[in-house]
Design a protein around this ligand. Structure first.
Ligand SMILES: *Cc1c(COP(=O)(O)O)cnc(C)c1O
Length: 398
């Protein structure tokens, strides 16, 4: 009998007890709205922002309703207007082009390479087409950030970082989200901290920070923030910045604060699981492991490998055989978008370009979540199953 995996790929860990208690306290108080605070009280949302700014080493931080909202807010703050073109990754998730579309912008997709990062050559060729790059560190893969920032700075292109999968990751020791003008994070259940929905934003630029606070729907209560610029900065923006309501509430903030304190510890646990999977996937004929650069400190909350230049039928066969044995793999080459997986050519509200280089990579990307509810033996077992099934299909097709 061949072994079968019985774990659940979408089951996250429970919310820590400390966070549950903090959430219950907020509910007992009835003061869930972030600006509904008692005399002298610092609300959970304001404290979350203060702590997140300290953790990320940023001057300013803002908590909002979702990661996608964070991205759209960042685009508005840097001045993207209807009709503007915005560079972004061909390999990303639907909320990224969606955020660009939400401000009336037009995504200009840049190729993905075998490292699953933005192709810097293709970026160089397209840098003159837009003033803003929304850089998505999709599935936690960081490109050469030093080189990218050099290129964008030289071209006068503002970088917004989508760090939905890189909260706590680093490039050459610098935390992800701290090189671009603005860093955006998601606190949705499948990311690195879990409040169901939620987003965080960091920046060192006081004008951008003040605009984003106003945009998020602060009314004129910005002085209740603990990680926002001084009131005189708001004087410059408060009459000309619309309120596009998307605040975070005290309940979610209470749930997040203890999780952020545990984040570095969780990264160690994720990476041990990632390592076990990666070790188990090495040296399988036909399967390409995505090598992680030395300069990158990643968070292994998901793992990808490539079945490059395999036919659709063979990939489908691998997926079906693995699924039969309890291993749920996602394929970015699937012609019809399913669940969370879609491709640049699924987003037909945008101009769909010809990107043959990306098509080849996307057709090869197999993706798997690594929830912390898996232990190391689970990971080793999953890798054994993938090895066996990739092997069977690879050999049968030769
Ligand atoms: C999840 C995700 C987002 C958006 O986050 P939400 O909180 O779900 O709105 C943006 N970019 C990427 C790459 C994501 O995976």
């Amino acid at each position: 009998m061949s072994e079968k995996f019985t774990g659940n790929f979408t089951q996250q860990e429970p919310i820590p007890e400390e966070a549950i208690e903090a959430a219950v306290a907020v509910m007992r108080s009835g003061r869930l709205h972030r600006y509904n605070v008692a005399e002298g009280e610092l609300g959970e949302a304001a404290l979350l922002e203060q702590e997140f700014a300290a953790q990320m080493g940023s001057k300013y931080a803002l908590a909002v309703a979702s990661g996608g909202y964070a991205l759209a807010t960042a685009l508005r703050a840097v001045g993207v207007k209807p009709g503007d073109r915005v560079l972004t990754n061909a390999f990303t998730l639907a909320p990224v082009p969606g955020a660009i579309a939400s401000v009336g912008g037009t995504p200009v997709f840049v190729d993905v390479n075998e490292a699953l990062t933005i192709d810097l050559e293709d970026l160089a060729a397209k840098l003159d087409q837009a003033k803003v790059l929304m850089l998505s560190h999709m599935r936690g893969h960081l490109c050469d950030m030093d080189r990218l920032m050099e290129m964008c700075d030289a071209a006068g292109v503002t970088v917004i970082e989508d760090c939905a999968h890189t909260m706590a990751a680093r490039w050459n020791g610098v935390l992800s989200g701290r090189q671009g003008a603005i860093g955006c994070y998601s606190c949705q259940t499948y990311k690195h901290v879990n409040s169901g929905e939620g987003g965080l934003i960091v920046t060192d630029d006081e004008d951008l920070a003040a605009r984003m606070v106003m945009l998020s729907g602060s009314y004129m209560l910005y002085e209740r923030h603990l990680a926002a610029p001084a009131p005189e900065v708001f004087e410059r923006v408060k009459y000309v910045t619309p309120n596009i309501s998307g605040r975070m509430d005290n309940l979610r903030a209470a749930v997040l604060r203890p999780q952020l304190r545990d984040l570095e510890q969780q990264v160690v646990r994720w990476n041990a699981r990632y390592q076990s999977l990666e070790d188990g996937l090495r040296d399988i004929p036909g399967l390409t492991v995505v090598e992680r650069p030395e300069a990158e400190t990643y968070v292994g909350s998901s793992i990808q490998f490539l079945l490059l230049d395999w036919s659709e039928a063979r990939v489908q066969e691998v997926l079906a055989r693995c699924a039969d044995r309890g291993v749920e793999l996602k394929w970015f080459g699937v012609p019809e978008p399913t669940a969370f997986t879609s491709r640049y050519d699924s987003w037909r509200y945008a101009d769909v370009p010809q990107l043959p280089k990306s098509d080849r990579i996307l057709r090869g990307i197999i993706d798997m979540r690594v929830p912390l509810t898996f232990d190391l033996e689970d990971c080793a077992q999953i890798a054994r199953i993938i090895r066996a099934e990739v092997g069977v299909v690879y050999q049968s097709a030769l």
